[in-house]
Structure formats: structure tokens, C-alpha cells
Design a protein around this ligand. Structure first.
Ligand code: SGN
Ligand code: CA
Length: 556
């Protein structure tokens, strides 16, 4: 009996095992993920000149940004996100139109944006989205396609800023980064129960030059010392003429009053001249805009620091001065980032508290990257990594897998199509980017692009970075500086991440050069760019420099 029972048990176990094995589903290719049916809200946060080196999700050697990092940890971080032209208004125009600069026409900061161009908020507004924009646009005109806007005129200022609004100009007391977030939160509060989804732009001025922090950060940040970049003392050997002639060096081109916050009276005492011709004006434009209370906090921190420097200055070597200027620069720049991060935290908390977080896509990016002393520089413009790459973090709960990293060559050119697709709206055929939606969903095999196109124009002009166009792949960067020189540069991105050696004439790269030149010519053709267009754009630019009757946007 016992034996029979055992045999039975064994047999039933055996059959069950067979059943389990045969029912196990075959290894299947992961199913393609689809967009959720419900249209999402979108908050597009962009700061001005926020270098990825100053976001701890990318690199934590300078500052901790726990709130911005939350977006990366709960969403996706792009490590090769870049711009098609590393300068403010052209980048914004590319973001809003989904087109390269030579197509939408905003190639530099000089001419106003062509208002006949279609921007994606106009398309979203027509498709039933509620739309609003707060902060910096820098177009020389107001945004189209937004129900409500409060926009800084031109570059705007840090303290007690003026805004252009639907109902005329207003001046708001306080610090610009806090104010722009106040406006963002107020609009959300007023619209959170609306039936329609929303598209909200919250665009910070910080940390744009002259890098002025909130008074609450003066003391803490002026006491900090930051790690110097490896290339702070770059002598530009091994690079082309453009790197050698650019005017963005911390020691030689930075303003004393406006940038390093040296008091004009101390400058005078030390016999330091206003080299740019607008240094004292820049100081007055920003520091002069403070109210009494803000100015008192400023003077209590900056005055003693500058008095101490006054004593040291006569005995300082160039190397010591460079180091001092780097620290001064970072203290102010990163002080600005501290407020940006705090305000991102305010927004994320608000979205959690109201339950809006769940169906809201949050994008955090910058209009371009920035040099934080790398190659001895500040500013941007070049196709070299620190200015060409830009931070890009996106959170979309239940759609993007938390903690995802993508190394794909994505560009600001792609944002319009991405947002339209996420919102179930068809993008116009003449947009030139590629939607990032497959990468957000995890359908990575659908991504097609492996090289991006770059074109910078604003020369001769402030910072004197020569005109150039380029092709960039994960491995290489090939650039042509075509005006007032005719020079090619090639960088091996994997073996020379600091881009210290132009290998264009190195025989080992001869095949790469041939291949990339062909690919670059094809890209130019594909995107509708040409030497003839380069010449026309240049002619118009030079004409405006010589003719004061031609309308231009103020520089500062
Ligand atoms: C200002 C800055 C420049 C900066 C341009 C463009 N000088 O002119 O350093 O390159 O803006 O910046 S400042 O002293 O007025 O700040 S952009 O971000 O608007 O393109
Ligand atoms: Ca900018």
C-alpha cells in the first residue's frame, strides 16, 4: 500500500512537472511599449547656461543638486544631449520650432525672432492644451501660442526684475529665480483642476552671467573653495586658431566689477581699468538694481572679501590671479545653482502634494552648456563638449523606467517632436528632429540617429568665437571653421575626452576624416544648409554691424 501511494505520488509529481515545463512561455522579445492613452501635462523647465558639470546627477565634484537629481533618479538622464548651436536665443528658437537655425532664421542673438515661424506651443494650444510661459525667452519679441506669459525683457535682471506680461510691464520685488518659480506655482494652482491638459514653460534666467546668487546664499557660497578643472591653465597648443583667439579666458577676458564683483572704487584704487568698456555698467546694471535690504546683505559679505583681496592683489602672480578668479566665478555661479535647485524642489513637492505628479512629464534642461573654467574659459559657443552638450533629464511616472540612462545623440532639435508625440499631436512634416518618445518608452531599437549637425554663427562679436559647423558622433567630432580662417578640426571623443588634440592631420585618422567629411556634406544637404546660405547669413550680419538703422536685440 505504502509503495503504491509512493508510486502514485511520484507519478503525479512527474506529470505536474511536465505540465509546468510545457506551459512555461517561450522566451519572447519584449513587447513594444505604447504611449498611455491619456494626454499628459508637460512642464518644460529650462535654465540659462546651466552646465551639466554643475548637476550632481552628472558630476558631483562641484555641487550637490538633490532636487534636480530626483528627476534623473525617477526618470531618464541623457548623457549625450546636445544643442545645434550653443547660444541662447538660437537654441530656444530651435526648441520651439523643431528646426535648425538656418531654417527658422534665428542664427544668433542679434536679430529678433521671425514671428511668422510656427512654434510648437501654438500647435498645442490649437489642439486644446492650456499653455503658459514664465521667465527668460530672449527673442526680442513675446511668445506666441501661450495663454499667459510673464517674460523678462531681453536678458532680464537678477534682483527686483521687470517682466513683460499679457497686460504690460510689471516689476516684482525679490530674487529672479524665486519669482519665476512663484509665477509657475501660482499658474499651476489656478489651473490644476482644469479639464484640459497643460503645457507650461518655466525658464530660469539663472545662472546666466553675471552670476548673481540670492542674498540667502551670499555668505555660504563666498566661503567655499571648489576643485579646479584639469584644463584651467590650457595654452590651446594642439588646437586651431579659433580656440587661441576666443575671448572667454578667466584671466584675460573676464570683467572685474561685473563678473568678479570687485567694487568700482577698489578697482580705481588698484588702478584696474574697465577693459571691456562696459564692466562698470554691468556692475551697476545688476548690483545697482538691489533694494536697500539686499544691498546691505551684499555689502556685509562682498565688501570685506574685496577689502581682503585689495591687500593681496599687488603681490599676486598671474597663476594666483587665475585661481582667485576661478574661485570667485564658481562661488557666484554655483550660488545661483543652489537657488535653481531649491526651486526645482518646490515644484516637485507641489506636484506631489496636489497629485499632479502622476500625469505630468517634467523636463529639465538648459539652453546650452557652459565652461566652468575648462580650457581656462567661461561662456559657451564652441562645439567642444562643455558648451555643445546640455543637461537633459525627463521624468514621466509609469512610462519612463526610473534610473534610466541614455547615451544616444539627442538634440534640442528633438524636443518639439517629442512633446507633440507625447501629447498625441501630429508634428508638422517640416520639423527636422527625431522624437525621443521611443527612448522614453524603452523601445530603443526604434531610435535611428547616430550623428548630429552643429552650426555656430555669431562672429565677429562678443567673445570672438569663429563661425563653424560640425558633425558629431559618439566617437568623433569634425568641425570646419570657415570664416576668416579655413581650418578643420577632428577630435577623438573616446580617447581624448578633454579635446586637447586636434588630430585632423594625423595619418592614423585619414580614413575617419574622409568618411566624416562625406557624412557632414550629406547632413548639410539633408538639413538644407549650404555655403551659399552661410555667405548670405554672414553678409546680413556684417551689414547690421555697419548700419545702426537695422533693428537688433540689445546684447546685455
Ligand atoms: C551677454 C553676456 C555674454 C553672453 C551673451 C549671450 N554678457 O552679452 O557674456 O555671451 O549675453 O548669452 S553680460 O555681461 O551681459 O552677461 S546668451 O545666453 O544670452 O546667449
Ligand atoms: Ca544661454
Amino acid at each position: 500500500m505504502k509503495n503504491q501511494q509512493l508510486t502514485l505520488r511520484f507519478l503525479s509529481f512527474f506529470f505536474c512537472a511536465i505540465l509546468v515545463v510545457s506551459c512555461k512561455p517561450k522566451e519572447q522579445k519584449a513587447a513594444k511599449k505604447e504611449l498611455p492613452a491619456k494626454r499628459p501635462n508637460i512642464i518644460f523647465m529650462m535654465s540659462d547656461d546651466h552646465a551639466y558639470q554643475a548637476i550632481s546627477a552628472y558630476s558631483d565634484h562641484l555641487i550637490q543638486t538633490p532636487n534636480i537629481d530626483r528627476i534623473a533618479n525617477e526618470g531618464i538622464k541623457f548623457t549625450n544631449a546636445c544643442v545645434s548651436n550653443s547660444i541662447c536665443a538660437p537654441s530656444r528658437a530651435t526648441i520651439l520650432t523643431g528646426k535648425h537655425c538656418h531654417i527658422h532664421g534665428k542664427v544668433d542673438n542679434v536679430f529678433p525672432f521671425d514671428e511668422s515661424q510656427t512654434t510648437f506651443p501654438q500647435i498645442m494650444q490649437k489642439a486644446g492644451y492650456k499653455t503658459a510661459m514664465f521667465g527668460k525667452l530672449h527673442f526680442g519679441n513675446n511668445p506666441k501660442g501661450v495663454d499667459e506669459f510673464k517674460i523678462l525683457p531681453g536678458q532680464g535682471r537678477y534682483y527686483n526684475p521687470i517682466f513683460n506680461t499679457n497686460d504690460g510691464q510689471i516689476t516684482v520685488e525679490g530674487y529672479v529665480t524665486d519669482i519665476i518659480m512663484d509665477m509657475t506655482l501660482e499658474w499651476l494652482e489656478n489651473n490644476k483642476n482644469s479639464e484640459e491638459p497643460f503645457m507650461l514653460f518655466s525658464m530660469q534666467k539663472a545662472p546666466h552671467r553675471e552670476w548673481l546668487p540670492a542674498p540667502r546664499h551670499f555668505k555660504e557660497y563666498t566661503k567655499k573653495t571648489f576643485k579646479e578643472p584639469e584644463t584651467l591653465f590650457d595654452d590651446y597648443e594642439g588646437r586651431g586658431t579659433a580656440a587661441k583667439t576666443a575671448e572667454m579666458n578667466l584671466l584675460t577676458h573676464m570683467n572685474w566689477a561685473g563678473d568678479s564683483k570687485m567694487y568700482p572704487d577698489i578697482m580705481k584704487e588698484l588702478g584696474i581699468k574697465d577693459k571691456s568698456g562696459w564692466d562698470l555698467e554691468a556692475f551697476e546694471r545688476e548690483v545697482g538694481a538691489m533694494n536697500e535690504e539686499q544691498r546691505a546683505v551684499w555689502d556685509s559679505v562682498y565688501r570685506p572679501m574685496m577689502e581682503a583681496f585689495k591687500k593681496e592683489y599687488p603681490n599676486m602672480s598671474d597663476e594666483e590671479l587665475m585661481k582667485w578668479r576661478y574661485q570667485r566665478y564658481m562661488q557666484d555661479y554655483l550660488g545661483c545653482i543652489a537657488s535653481v535647485d531649491e526651486n526645482v524642489g518646490r515644484l516637485l513637492d507641489y506636484l506631489d502634494e496636489t497629485g499632479l505628479a502622476e500625469n505630468t512629464i517634467i523636463v529639465y534642461t538648459s539652453d546650452q552648456g557652459f565652461y566652468l573654467g575648462e580650457h581656462g574659459w567661461f561662456d559657451k559657443r564652441f562645439v567642444y563638449d562643455e558648451s555643445f552638450k546640455t543637461p537633459l533629464l525627463i521624468r514621466w511616472p509609469n512610462v519612463i523606467k526610473p534610473g534610466t540612462t541614455s547615451t544616444e545623440m539627442v538634440q534640442n532639435l528633438d524636443f518639439a517632436q517629442t512633446i507633440l508625440e507625447a501629447a498625441h499631436i501630429e508634428a508638422p512634416d517640416d520639423m527636422q528632429g527625431e522624437s525621443l518618445v521611443p527612448l522614453l518608452l524603452g523601445n530603443n531599437e526604434e531610435w535611428t540617429r547616430d550623428a548630429v549637425y552643429y552650426h555656430y554663427y555669431e562672429y565677429p562679436g562678443i567673445h570672438m568665437v569663429k563661425r563653424h559647423y560640425a558633425i558629431i558622433t559618439q566617437e568623433y567630432k569634425l568641425a570646419h571653421f570657415y570664416y576668416d580662417v579655413d581650418e578643420w578640426e577632428l577630435y577623438d571623443r573616446k580617447n581624448d575626452p578633454n579635446e586637447m588634440k586636434n588630430v585632423i592631420d594625423d595619418p592614423a585618422y585619414a580614413d575617419v576624416v574622409v568618411k566624416l567629411k562625406k557624412q557632414l556634406a550629406d547632413l548639410r544637404e539633408q538639413y538644407g544648409d549650404s555655403s551659399q546660405l552661410d555667405q548670405e547669413i554672414l553678409r546680413k550680419y556684417l551689414e547690421a554691424q555697419n548700419n545702426p538703422d537695422i533693428e537688433t536685440v540689445p546684447l546685455h
